[in-house]
Design a binder for this molecule. Structure first.
Ligand SMILES: [Zn+2]
Ligand SMILES: [Zn+2]
Length: 111
């Protein structure tokens, strides 16, 4: 089984997932850091416009794709909508105090 983990800053305790949680066939996000919010954020990079034509009771959506090309977005922080986002590159550092972050496993394998 794949271990779940987050990146943790040992100095201030800040934690963030270092993988994208909302990628789909229509929207592509990247993990970045916002210099203004001092947060790790998921930034929308490209999008394929689509329209939901029917939603089934189980939540599955039937969609039509409205364009044959991805739309590129200017990277923007989802919190402050500012453009001061930067790729979160290795070594992953804390956006608050610039301390190098370490992996912390989330599953209960130690029990
Ligand atoms: Zn920190
Ligand atoms: Zn921000």
């Amino acid at each position: 089984m794949h271990a779940e983990y987050v990146m943790r800053c040992e100095r201030c305790g800040y934690e963030a997932a270092d993988r994208v949680l909302h990628n789909s066939a229509f929207k592509r996000y990247e993990i970045m850091t916002c210099t203004d919010c001092e947060e790790v954020v998921q930034v929308l990079i490209t999008e394929l416009p689509y329209k939901v034509i029917k939603t089934l009771p189980n939540g599955i959506q039937h969609v039509v794709v409205q364009a044959d090309q991805l739309i590129d977005h200017d990277p923007e922080c989802p919190h402050c909508h500012g453009p001061r986002v930067e790729p979160w590159e290795d070594p992953k550092c804390c956006p608050k105090c610039r301390q190098r972050m370490v992996k912390r496993e989330l599953d209960s394998q130690w029990n």
